[in-house]
Design a protein around this ligand. Structure first.
Ligand code: B12
Length: 474
């Protein structure tokens, strides 16, 4: 053995192993599609985890693992030094269980995300540190503190996110073939509207936009020709949106995103949007009743103009994914049939339904709580797909049945096929309709995964645990 080799071996032994960081989204089962050994999500790839991974300071030398529990098993038997878990309300209880699990194995646990910002006191006992608000600045600082052994119990950033100069999300850590749309991008943060069910005014997120040049550079660097914007309301600042769309045009990519019905008021915006490669849009129509819309403070939605909105987009070959909410105060028992008929008349390409859900911290929560109409606070069911309130003009069970009926009715094969044929962009429309048809079927069939309201309320009053950990990792 040469002298040099001995020195190398001793150095290798003396080198500390890199600290292991797990970034975890607890994940939800409802949108999982299992085909034999293949697990994929109906969804688009979330940005939260990949952005947090990109923000990890390189000089700390951490070994980063990213797991989205929606598409991958959670590595319960592995040891990590630091586990960072992102929580939205529907995932909160699972997240707490996972936090306890990894803490028992010796990890330091950090919790962040919308739910933590809404209810920090609930989250606090489950974590060594909380991150409240947007984390572009606080998360790198937290990691530096942790490595230096001076972790604080709380890191807080209230107000608009610091979005200039962001690194590109670590999409290389994403599960390959895990998502229907793997390439997602974020251009704006927050929303300036005040819809009563939305958490944006509750956090409060403020409003901020990334420099257009940085967004364009990120999009240019993406492989493939398609991507999706993950913004709450991409066109909330119309001037910014126009500048962005004009700059995207030369890239000749196709994209989808979330916008409000307000876009139809501006033909120039629509033209720029279409020319920049917009191929589908998710729009919250929410209701066909003006009174219901007033009740939820979404006055800028005018059902009389919905037809115009859809036509303006169809004229530009843009597929319209329309969201509708059931369980609003003005909803009568015939709201389900009325909405399904309106969707047909409006020629919405991909309809989608949600239940009115009073997320903690929101205006709707305060109001319904004061009226004694919140059935339970088992956050597991706060996912907009389970009834958690007592509606005004029907029973919770009627709302439950009507909701499932609408999902099933709207995606009956003949009806869905007619919708698909109507649009020139058949591929997107077909994939969307097929995915939601499968979803509607599971909603009805899979009683274990979608227990109905009476059972949930009964279990809540018996103080039963939310969900065993084994189920989480399955
Ligand atoms: C894009 C989006 C989606 C995408 C991707 C979801 C995802 N998991 O990322 C899709 C379409 C799939 C989706 C689905 C759903 N969504 Co969604 N979605 C959004 C949206 C518009 C943007 C999220 C985003 O990507 N932001 C950009 C990223 C980078 O920011 P971020 O996630 O906020 O994270 C930042 C901070 O919060 C923080 N942070 C977050 N987690 C953690 C964790 C740690 C440890 C740290 C340090 C920091 C940290 O750091 C990040 C950088 O600042 C938000 C609205 C919003 N503005 O947040 C709604 C939102 C998150 N969705 C919501 C809901 C309800 C859902 C669904 C349940 C709807 C449904 N029934 O299908 C599902 C749930 C799916 C799931 N399992 O997550 C609600 C959640 C409300 C709540 N209290 O729970 C929101 C807030 C919308 C709203 N206005 O009410 N959604």
């Amino acid at each position: 053995m040469t002298r040099g080799t001995v020195v190398w071996t001793q150095q290798a032994r003396a080198m500390p192993r890199p600290k292991r960081l797990l970034i975890l989204l607890p994940g939800g089962q409802p949108h999982l599609l299992k085909l034999g050994a293949i697990r994929t999500s109906f969804r688009e790839a979330p940005l939260t985890g990949t952005l947090l991974a990109a923000l990890v300071p390189l000089e700390l030398g951490l070994e980063v693992t990213y797991v989205d529990g929606s598409v991958s098993p959670i590595p319960l038997a592995e040891d990590f030094d630091l586990v960072a878990i992102s929580l939205i309300t529907g995932m909160a209880l699972r997240g707490y269980e996972l936090a306890e699990h990894f803490r028992r194995r010796g990890a330091t646990v950090v919790l962040g995300g919308i739910h933590v910002s809404l209810l920090p006191e609930e989250a606090r006992p489950h974590a060594d540190a909380l991150v409240i608000g947007f984390a572009e600045r606080t998360w790198p600082q937290l990691l530096r503190d942790w490595c230096a052994g001076v972790l604080k119990p709380e890191y807080r950033h209230i107000g608009p996110a610091a979005v200039a100069g962001l690194p590109h999300p670590r999409r290389d850590l994403q599960k390959p073939f895990g998502y229907m749309m793997p390439r997602t991008v974020n251009a704006t943060r927050g929303c300036r509207q005040a819809c009563d069910f939305c958490v944006a005014p509750a956090v409060p997120m403020g409003w901020n936009t990334r420099p257009v040049g940085e967004v364009v550079a990120e999009v240019r660097a993406l492989p493939g020709r398609t991507f999706a914007f993950h913004d709450l309301n991409l066109t909330d600042d119309i001037g910014y949106a126009k500048e962005l769309f004009a700059a995207l045009r030369p890239l000749r990519k196709q994209w989808g995103g979330l916008v409000s019905t307000k876009i139809a008021r501006d033909a120039e915006l629509l033209d720029l949007m279409a020319a920049s490669g917009c191929s589908y849009l998710l729009i919250g129509f929410e209701s066909v009743s003006p009174a219901a819309l007033r009740g939820m403070r979404k006055r800028f939605n005018a059902p009389d103009h919905y037809r115009e909105v859809v036509e303006a987009l169809h004229d530009r070959h843009i597929v319209v994914q329309g969201c509708f909410i059931f369980g609003l105060d003005d909803d009568m028992p015939d709201v389900f049939a009325q909405t399904v008929a309106a969707i047909d008349e409006l020629r919405i390409d991909i309809p989608r339904f949600a239940l009115y859900t009073p997320f903690p911290g929101t205006e709707s929560y305060r109001r319904l709580k004061a009226e004694g109409r919140i059935l339970h606070e088992n956050w597991r069911y706060y996912d907009t797909q389970h009834v958690v309130i007592r509606p005004r003009h029907m029973s919770p069970a009627e709302l439950d049945r009507g909701f499932i009926w609408a999902w099933r009715e709207c995606f009956k094969i003949g009806i869905a096929a007619k919708r698909i044929r109507l649009h020139r962009n058949t591929r997107i429309s077909a994939v969307g309709n097929l995915a939601y048809r499968l979803y509607g079927h599971r909603l009805k069939r899979d009683e274990d995964r979608f227990p109905r309201t009476e059972d949930v309320v009964a279990a809540w009053s018996r103080h039963e645990p939310a969900q065993p950990l084994a189920e989480v990792s399955a």
